[in-house]
Each structure stands twice: as structure tokens, then as C-alpha cells.
Design a protein around this ligand. Structure first.
Ligand code: PAN
Ligand code: ZN
Length: 185
């Protein structure tokens, strides 16, 4: 790999000409939301895009850094805000830095069977996800939530782990309209 630079659109924060663009619709994450009926109804009603990810380079080599931006759209399934699938890194000994660029939301981090941490974030916040912690982002706002993430190239993404056991908390809209953290177990 050689040194390079790329422009970023300072309004949308999109990376210009990403090598890979991943679009996740609600139907790509069936079973993730608590309210299965609301999830199915939303899929039938148009299957919204929940988030997109833009990667400028495909980096998998140890020693290099992978980075990407994620744009999450506003929305809910039942009273549960739109969220990412969430994952733990395949190589557990790899951390990650998130820089929130637009919007407001929550970052759920969980060290399986040990600890869980939910922090409410907004544009301008930098978050550190330590090695071994599973992580998921939630858009609690009315506009897009955009963030930039950097992590070791060889980290890998273990989605099956979260698909099987979920996180121990969910972020939902309380009757007063504010986001709240609800424990699952
Ligand atoms: C992020 C996430 C991205 C999408 O770049 O991959 O926000 O979330 P899911 O990967 O859980 O669908 C990251 O944490 N990379 O390691
Ligand atoms: Zn990650």
C-alpha cells in the first residue's frame, strides 16, 4: 500500500468514491428488533435502509488501519430506534475509535458476561471501544447519525456472536419522547 489522501464531503461527510459501499436494509437484519411484528410490518411497507457504510479501501492486513464512515438514518421499529447489527471483532484483541460527525445517538459497548456501557453521543464526540468489547450504534435523533471509525486491518467482524445472543440492553423511546436504556437480562 502507498500513502494516499481522499476528499470527504464536509456537508454529508461521505467519502468520495469509496471502494465498497454496504447498504443495510431492515430485511438484512431480521430478528434484531424486539418487536418482531413491527419489524415485519416495516419490511412489508417498504423495507427501509437503516444504515450505509463507505470504505475507501479494503484493508485486511495486520499493521495497516481500516477506516470507514457510517451513515445511519433516523427511524424506529416499534419504540426501538434504528441501530446497527453490532459485532465484536473476530480478533478480540483489537480496539476501535469512533468520531461522531453529525446527529445524535447512543453507542452500546458490551464486554460479554462482564460489563455493559451505554453512552449518549452527538456530533463532536470521540469514543474509544476497547479490545474485546462488542459494539452497536443507535440513532436516537431526527436526522442522520454519521460517524467515522478506525480499527486494525486484521480485526475482522464477528456478527454471528451478536446474532446469537444480542446485547443485554436496548435503546428505546420512552413515553415522554426521550431515549431510554432498557435491560434485556
Ligand atoms: C463500524 C461498523 C459500522 C456498521 O465501522 O462496522 O458502523 O456496523 P455493523 O458492522 O455492526 O453492521 C465498525 O465498528 N467497524 O469495526
Ligand atoms: Zn467494530
Amino acid at each position: 500500500m502507498k500513502p494516499y489522501s481522499i476528499p470527504v464531503d464536509l456537508t454529508t461527510w461521505m467519502l468520495k468514491e469509496p471502494k465498497r459501499r454496504v447498504v443495510r436494509r431492515l430485511s438484512d437484519m431480521k430478528g434484531y428488533y424486539k418487536d418482531g411484528r413491527a419489524e415485519e410490518a416495516a419490511i412489508q411497507a417498504g423495507d427501509p435502509v437503516v444504515y450505509e457504510m463507505y470504505e475507501p479501501e479494503i484493508v485486511e492486513r495486520e499493521g495497516d488501519l481500516a477506516y470507514c464512515t457510517t451513515t445511519m438514518y433516523p427511524g424506529k421499529v416499534g419504540d426501538e430506534y434504528f441501530m446497527t447489527k453490532g459485532h465484536v471483532h473476530q480478533v478480540r484483541e483489537t480496539a476501535e475509535v469512533y468520531f461522531f460527525l453529525k446527529g445524535e445517538g447512543a453507542l452500546i459497548c458490551e464486554l460479554p458476561d462482564e460489563d455493559v456501557d451505554v453512552r449518549f453521543v452527538k456530533a463532536g464526540d470521540v469514543c474509544y471501544v476497547p479490545a474485546g468489547w462488542a459494539h452497536r450504534t443507535v440513532n436516537t435523533g431526527e436526522e442522520e447519525l454519521v460517524f467515522f471509525a478506525v480499527y486494525p486491518g486484521h480485526a475482522g467482524h464477528d456478527y454471528a456472536f451478536i446474532e446469537a445472543r444480542g446485547f443485554s440492553v436496548r435503546v428505546t423511546q420512552a413515553p415522554n419522547g426521550e431515549p431510554q436504556v432498557v435491560r434485556e437480562r
